[in-house]
Design a protein around this ligand. Sequence first.
Ligand SMILES: [Zn+2]
Length: 334
Amino acid sequence: MARAVLQLLPTERREGLNLGHWLGVELPAPHPNWDQLATSTARLVPEASVWPLFARAVSGLHINLCMHHVSATRRNRMTIDERELDHFIEQALDHNPSKERWLTLSFDDGYEDAANYIETRGRLFQRVEFLFFVCPEKAETGAGFRWDLRGAPDDTDHDIYRENTRRELLELSDDPTTRLASVEQCRRINALPNASLGNHTNCHFRATSLSFEDSATELRRSHDAFVRLFGEPRHFAFPFGKPNEDFDDRHVDVLRERGEFNIWTTARRPFHAHDREPGAVLPRFPVDGSWGATQVAFWVALLSARWRNRGINAHVLRPLRNSLLPPTWKRPSI
Ligand SMILES: [Zn+2]
């Protein structure tokens, strides 16, 4: 079956992994991408088979899913259906009854709909950790995000001092689908026993799209704004989050000068409980809102199995300590 599925998939991305060896079949090169492989295969597998597989793949590990909006109606790939998410949590906890809080759900960008979900589910799912990543200056002013503006893509200059004063971004607070959680709601979330706020920068610019000086200023200013509004952060998430693409080691160094919080990325893999030490750079699985609960479970299981299967790809399996940057990474000369 795996071979048939693979032949149906586009082969747009080569990952350099010996996938055929892993699946026990001979495959034509190049290899398909893992997201398509997992979510397509999940449609062919009975749900009753997916959850035990998921539980086995993540057993003894911790996972953190990265999401954005939650809604009763599915709107776009950034919006997960709340019934699918409830179902995912229930099944995941049922099939992996570890007493550790091994499942973390992150919601980035500080949207009001995600805050409402955390407020209602936080008490319901006490074995789950919830992280809510907010742009502190946006939470204070209500200024939304560029990608929520209608019309042509916004290519205005990245100005870290003026972004959150722009009228069109401030007007996004009139629309419940683009509105951000207020400072008061964020504080209520932070007071829940199994939820924490984290800093997500003030303007949500890709760190590598700014000059290093501006990116460092943005990291420091947003940290200070977060402390003023919510106290010392225990978590930070890089906007967009891909190591070496959206941020690099220099940005991690700036953050570590500010405190000993966990630094979350969108590198897709599980981690060990002991990896989560102060200042650690940690992975999260970025979930596509168009996927159902079993597709998410199968995808996490596949990527976790790949990560556990030592010898497939050395850099994926590199033990995480303070950084998950791959060994080929060289610190740039400044
Ligand atoms: Zn974000």
